[in-house]
Design a protein around this ligand. Structure first.
Ligand SMILES: *[C@@H]1O[C@H](CO)[C@@H](O)[C@H](O)[C@H]1NC(C)=O
Ligand SMILES: *[C@@H]1O[C@H](CO)[C@@H](O)[C@H](O)[C@H]1NC(C)=O
Ligand SMILES: [Zn+2]
Length: 986
C-alpha cells in the first residue's frame, strides 16, 4: 500500500510541476459520495465542470467493436483506451474528477485489469474522484423499452458496481443525457431506485426555449399519479448544451478548438481571450438557471480516448479563471460531478417547478420530430420483447429447478447470457432501432445466443420438475407455422409454461400435416381442437422454411408460475380440412363479442360487446405515408429517428381487400389480403373476450423510389375530441391530446409526426360510454389524428438517411435480402371506461409475459404433468415482476401492484400477500427489502428532499404505515416492492 501511494505522489508532483506550474495539492479526500465534493464559494457563480464520456453500448459499431476500438474507419472510438487514459490522468491530481456511466463497458474493462490497476481504481472511487453515475448496464432508451427490462438492466449494472466497489460504487444520480425524449415511468423508476436526481440533454426545442426564459430548466418531476409523493418525485435537470461542452471549449483530441496557450513568449497566447469568453458564457448560462451554481458537461461521444488534452487544458482554464478572483472576478470554476452539482442545488433551498407529464415527443426543430424510432426496426422490437418474456421464464425456472437447472441432463445452461444480451438491447440505439444494420444484427445475435443458453436451463429445469429427461424442442418460428417436430410427428407432447402469477389460457396454432388430431390435457381430458389450412399469407411469408399444410388450433391453460402438459396424437391424414370460403361474412361472434364486416368491401365495420351491450362503428385499414426526402421548407428527411411524411394524407393500400373466411368451433378467421405485401387475419377465438388483428407487412416495395411508413388506422364512432391515451414503458397511462402539450403553448409544425407518441403495450380512446383499447405485442408509434381514430405505425422502409449520425437509410433487408417482412398482433377490447383496466391490464401482461411452449416427441413419460411454483394464485392485482436466483441460497423477488390508483373499482385496492406461504417448493426463511434497483437495503434509503411549487404537500408515506406482519406484505396501486428472500427447498 505504502509503496504504491508513494509512487502515486511522485507521479503527481512530476505532473504538476511540469504542467500546472503550481504546487501540488496533497490532501486527504474525506470519502466518496457527497462527502467528497469540492468546496465551492457561496458568494460567487460556481461553474461545475463535469468531465465525462458518452459511450453508446452499440450504435455505428457493435458494443464489442466500441470496447476494443475496432472498425475505426466507421467511427474513431475505443472504450478500453478511454478508461486506461482517464485512470492514468486522474492519478495526477486529486482535484480532477471523472464520471463513468455504462457498466456494460466498465465490466468488460475491469475484468481485464491487474490487481494493481484495480486497487488504484478502487481508491479513486473511494475518494470520489472517479464516480459512477446512472450505472445501469446501459443508458436505456425511454420510448421503446418495457419497464421490466429496464429494471433488469439497471439491476445488472448496479449489482456489479456494488459487488466491486460497495457503497462508494452506488450512483446517486441518473444520467440520461442522450435518449431522444423522456418517459415519465423512467423518472418514477429512478426515484424508486433511490436516485437523488436525473439529468438529461434532449427536450423539445420549444419547451427548452420557454424553460430557459422562465428559469425552469430544473424541476421536480412527479412521475406517478398513483404512488404517494415523494415516492416517485425526482429532481430533474436539463443540461445546458445537450451533453457537449460550451462552444470553443472542446479539448478532446477529436475536437479542433484552440488549446489554452498560456506562455506569453510564444505565438498565439490566448489566455485573456479564453478567460473572458468563458466568463461571458458562464454568466449567460447562469441567466437561465436558478442558483449560483451551473454545470458544464466537458466531453461527448467516446471522448477521452486520450484524456491528456482535456485535463491539461481544463487544469489551466480553472487556474486562469480563478486567478481573476484576486482582481474582483466572481466566477469560480471547479472540477465537479453531477452529484456534487446536485448537492449544491439541494443546499440552495429553492422552490422548484413541478412537472407531471412527460417529455415526448422530442423535436429539435420545426420539421424534425424524433417519432420515427418509436417504430423503427419492428422485428428487433418484437424479438427484444419476446426475449424478455423468455428471460423471465428462464429466471423463474432457475429458481424452481434449483442447481440442476444450470447443470443438468442437457448440459450447462445459464440465465446470465440472456440477462446481459437483454441489458445491452435496452440501450438507446438498440431496441430504439437507431443503429446501423450490422449492429442491429449483433443485438439479435446476442439475444439468440442468450436464448439458447436459457433453453438448456429451461430444459434441465423442466426435466427435474416434470420427471421427463426426454429432449425438448423450442419452436421459435411458430408465428410463420414452422416447427419440424409438430409437422412430422404422429405423437408429441406440448409443455406450456406460464410465468404469470395467475392461471392463464391461451390459444395455440401448431403447424401440422395430419388432418385430425386428439389433444388431451394433463389428466387425459380431451381438448376441443380444429385443423385449418395454413393461409396463403403465411406460406408466402415462410417461403422455403417449412412445409406444414395445416395448423392445429386449440386452447391451452397453465397454472400460475407453472406448467401444464398436453399430448397430441395424429388420428387421420385425410381428407384435408375445407379451405376458407371466399368473401366476408356480415359478422363473426362468440359469447362475448360480435364483429361486423362490410360485405361489399370486406373491411371491419363494427364491434359489439355482448355482455355489456355496447356497440361502436369500427373500420380498420392499412395506409402508408410517403416519407419526406426534404422540401423547400426544410431539408429534413424521414429516417431511422425522424418521422416526416411529405403529406398529411396517407395513401390507401386497398379499399377492397381479397377476403376469405373460416369458421369452426375454436376459431373464426377473416383473412384479408390488401396487396401482395399487406395482409391481415381478423381472428376471434371462441373463448376470448378480445378480438385479434394479426397483420403481416412486407417486403415494403420501394422500387418506385418512395420510402413508406405503414400504418393501420382504426376509425370508430367514439367521440374523442382530440384525446387519446398511451402507456409509459408499459405501466401508467398518460393522456394525449392532438396539437397540444400540457406544459407549453405548442406551435404545431408537423401535423402528423408532431402528434405521434410511443406506445409500449397499450393505447386507447374513449368517451362516456365506451373505451376501445388496443394492446400490442411490441413498442410502436401511435397517434389519433381524426375524431374517433387511433393509428399505429407498424413498419417503415426508407431510402434516405435522416442526418442524425447513423448514416444509413432504414431499409432492412430481411432474411431474403428483398426487404423485411414483419408480422404482429393487436388485441382489441371494447368495454365501458370504468371496466377497461380490468380487461387491459391482464391482457397486456399476457402479451408481454407470454407462455413458453416446448415440445417432446412421442407419448409423455413425465411423472408430473402439471405444476405450479406457487401455493396458490396471487390476487389479480399482483404481478410477480421478478423471480430470479440471486445467490446460492437467495432469490430476488419483485411484487408489483399492476393497477393505478383509481382505474378499477375491484382492483385499485391495497392488497396483502404472504411471502412465507407463497411458494409450493420453497420455504422462505428470511426476507430483506431492497430498493427497486436491488443495490440498497430499504432501511438505508435516504433521498434528498426538494421543495416544489405543488399544491399537494407530500403526505407521510402510506407504505410506511407498515405491513400487518413481517411475512405479510402490503401493496398499494402501482407499487413495486423488491425483496431478497433466503430460501430452502422443501
Ligand atoms: C438552507 O437551509 C438549511 C437548513 O435550513 C440551512 O442550513 C442552509 O444554510 C440554507 N441554505 C441556503 C443557501 O439558504
Ligand atoms: C453490496 O455488496 C456488498 C459487498 O459485496 C454486500 O455485502 C452487500 O450485501 C451488497 N448490498 C446489497 C444491497 O446487495
Ligand atoms: Zn448515445
Amino acid at each position: 500500500m505504502a509503496a504504491r501511494e508513494l509512487l502515486l505522489l511522485c507521479v503527481l508532483v512530476l505532473q504538476c510541476v511540469g504542467v500546472c506550474g503550481r504546487p501540488p495539492r496533497v490532501r486527504d479526500p474525506p470519502g466518496c459520495g457527497y462527502q467528497s465534493c469540492p468546496a465551492t464559494k457561496p458568494s460567487m457563480l460556481n461553474v461545475h465542470l463535469v468531465p465525462h464520456t458518452h459511450d453508446d453500448v452499440g450504435w455505428l459499431k457493435t458494443v464489442d467493436q466500441y470496447y476494443y476500438g475496432g472498425w475505426n474507419d466507421i467511427q474513431h472510438a475505443g472504450v478500453q483506451y478511454i478508461l486506461d487514459s482517464v485512470v492514468s490522468e486522474l492519478q495526477k491530481d486529486p482535484a480532477r474528477r471523472f464520471i463513468y456511466v455504462e457498466t456494460a463497458f466498465f465490466y468488460r474493462w475491469w475484468r481485464r485489469q491487474d490487481e494493481r490497476t484495480r486497487s488504484v481504481v478502487t481508491q479513486l472511487v473511494e475518494q470520489g474522484r472517479l464516480e459512477f453515475v446512472n450505472g445501469g448496464w446501459c443508458m436505456s432508451d425511454e420510448a421503446s423499452t418495457h419497464y421490466s427490462a429496464v429494471i433488469d438492466q439497471m439491476t445488472l449494472g448496479l449489482r456489479f458496481l456494488n459487488q466491486t466497489f460497495g457503497e462508494c460504487g452506488r450512483p446517486r444520480v441518473a444520467w440520461h443525457i442522450d435518449p431522444f425524449g423522456h418517459a415519465r415511468e423512467h423518472a418514477s423508476m429512478f426515484a424508486q431506485m433511490g436516485y437523488d436526481g436525473l439529468f438529461f440533454g434532449r427536450l423539445d426545442y420549444q419547451d427548452k426555449t420557454r424553460r430557459m426564459k422562465m428559469k425552469e430548466m430544473e424541476m421536480v418531476w412527479r412521475a406517478s399519479e398513483s404512488l404517494q409523493p415523494p415516492t416517485a418525485d425526482l429532481f430533474t435537470g436539463v443540461l445546458p448544451n445537450g451533453y457537449n461542452p460550451p462552444q470553443g471549449f472542446c479539448w478532446d483530441q477529436s475536437c479542433s478548438d484552440a488549446p489554452v496557450q498560456d506562455d506569453p513568449d510564444l505565438e498565439d497566447y490566448n489566455v485573456d481571450d479564453l478567460v473572458d469568453t468563458f466568463i461571458k458564457i458562464s454568466y449567460t448560462q447562469a441567466e437561465t438557471y436558478k442558483t449560483n451554481h451551473i454545470i458544464m458537461t466537458m466531453g461527448s461521444d467516446f471522448q477521452y480516448e486520450n484524456a491528456v488534452p482535456w485535463y491539461k487544458n481544463m487544469d489551466k482554464l480553472i487556474h486562469h479563471v480563478n486567478a481573476k478572483q484576486a482582481t474582483g472576478s466572481k466566477v469560480n470554476v471547479l472540477y465537479s460531478t453531477p452529484s456534487c452539482y446536485l448537492q449544491e442545488l439541494n443546499l440552495a433551498n429553492a422552490t422548484w417547478p413541478l412537472k407531471t407529464d412527460d417529455f415526448f415527443p422530442y423535436a429539435d426543430d420545426a420539421h424534425d420530430f424524433w417519432t420515427g424510432y418509436f417504430t423503427s426496426r419492428p422485428a428487433l422490437k418484437r424479438y427484444e420483447r419476446l426475449s424478455n418474456s423468455f428471460l423471465q421464464t428462464c429466471n423463474q425456472l432457475e429458481v424452481l429447478g434449483g442447481p440442476r437447472s444450470t447443470h443438468g441432463p442437457f448440459g450447462e445452461g445459464n440465465s446470465d447470457t440472456l440477462k446481459r444480451a437483454m441489458a445491452v438491447a435496452q440501450h438507446h440505439d438498440a431496441v430504439s432501432g437507431t443503429e446501423k444494420q450490422h449492429v442491429a444484427n449483433d443485438y439479435a445475435k446476442r439475444l439468440a445466443i442468450g436464448s439458447a443458453h436459457c433453453q438448456v436451463l429451461v430444459s434441465n429445469s423442466l426435466a427435474f420438475l416434470s420427471g421427463s429427461e426426454r429432449p425438448r424442442v423450442f419452436c421459435e418460428n411458430l408465428n410463420i407455422s414452422v416447427c419440424p417436430l409438430t409437422e412430422g410427428s404422429r405423437q408429441f407432447v406440448l409443455n406450456v409454461y406460464n410465468p404469470l402469477a395467475r392461471p392463464v389460457s391461451w390459444s395455440v396454432h401448431l403447424p401440422v400435416n395430419g388432418t385430425v388430431y386428439n389433444v388431451s390435457d394433463w389428466d387425459g381430458t380431451p381438448v376441443d381442437n380444429q385443423v385449418i389450412p395454413v393461409s396463403k399469407a403465411t406460406r408466402d411469408l415462410r417461403r422455403d422454411r417449412g412445409y406444414a399444410q395445416f395448423e392445429l388450433v386449440f386452447r391451452v391453460q397453465a397454472p400460475p408460475v407453472g406448467f401444464n402438459t398436453y399430448t397430441i396424437t395424429r388420428v387421420q391424414d385425410s381428407p384435408a380440412p375445407a379451405p376458407p370460403k371466399p368473401g366476408a361474412p356480415p359478422f363473426i361472434q362468440n359469447k362475448y363479442l360480435r364483429v361486423t364486416f362490410d360485405t361489399q368491401t370486406g373491411l371491419l365495420s363494427g364491434l359489439s360487446n355482448l355482455e355489456t351491450k355496447q356497440s361502436i362503428k369500427l373500420t380498420q385499414n392499412f395506409y402508408w405515408y410517403n416519407a419526406s426526402v426534404g422540401n423547400s421548407e426544410s431539408l429534413q428527411t424521414s429516417g431511422a429517428y425522424i418521422f416526416r411524411p411529405n403529406s398529411s394524407t396517407p395513401n390507401t393500400i386497398s379499399s377492397k381487400p381479397e377476403v376469405t373466411t373460416l369458421q369452426n368451433s375454436v376459431v373464426q378467421e377473416v383473412r384479408q389480403q390488401f396487396s401482395p405485401w399487406v395482409s391481415q387475419v381478423v381472428r376471434l377465438y371462441t373463448e376470448s373476450k378480445h378480438l385479434e388483428l394479426e397483420w403481416t407487412v412486407g417486403p415494403v416495395p420501394v422500387d418506385d423510389g418512395v420510402g413508406k411508413e405503414v400504418i393501420t388506422r382504426l376509425d370508430s364512432s367514439i367521440e374523442t375530441d382530440g384525446y387519446f391515451y398511451t402507456d409509459s414503458n408499459g405501466r401508467e397511462i398518460l393522456q394525449r391530446r392532438k396539437d397540444y402539450r400540457p406544459t407549453w403553448n405548442l406551435d404545431q409544425t408537423e401535423p402528423i409526426a408532431g402528434n405521434y407518441y410511443p406506445l409500449n403495450t397499450r393505447a386507447f380512446i374513449k368517451d362516456e360510454q365506451s373505451q376501445l383499447t388496443v394492446v400490442t405485442d411490441r413498442s410502436q408509434g401511435v397517434s389519433s389524428i381524426y375524431n374517433g381514430s387511433l393509428e399505429i405505425m407498424v413498419h417503415r422502409r426508407l431510402l434516405r438517411d435522416d442526418y442524425r449520425g447513423v448514416a444509413e437509410p432504414l431499409s432492412e433487408p430481411g432474411d431474403y435480402y428483398d426487404g423485411l417482412c414483419v408480422r404482429g398482433r393487436l388485441l382489441l377490447a371494447l368495454t365501458p371506461p370504468s371496466a377497461a383496466a380490468d380487461a387491459h391490464r391482464p391482457l397486456g401482461q399476457e402479451m408481454v409475459f407470454q407462455p413458453t411452449l416446448s415440445f417432446q416427441q412421442g407419448a409423455t413419460n413425465s411423472t408430473t404433468q402439471q405444476f405450479s411454483g406457487l401455493s396458490s394464485a396471487l390476487p389479480p392485482a399482483v404481478h410477480v415482476l421478478t423471480l430470479s436466483q440471486w445467490d446460492q441460497d437467495s432469490v430476488l423477488l419483485r411484487l408489483e401492484h399492476q393497477f393505478e390508483r383509481s382505474e378499477s373499482h375491484a382492483q385499485s385496492q391495497t392488497v396483502t400477500v404472504s411471502l412465507q406461504k407463497m411458494f409450493s417448493t420453497l420455504e422462505v426463511v428470511g426476507v430483506s427489502e431492497m430498493s427497486l434497483g436491488a443495490n440498497q437495503w430499504k432501511e438505508d434509503i435516504k433521498r434528498m428532499e426538494w421543495k416544489s411549487n405543488s399544491s399537494e404537500t407530500p403526505a407521510p408515506l402510506r407504505e410506511r404505515e407498515g405491513d400487518p406482519a413481517p411475512w405479510e406484505v402490503t401493496l398499494h396501486p402501482m407499487q413495486i416492492r423488491t425483496f431478497l428472500l433466503r430460501v430452502r427447498r422443501k
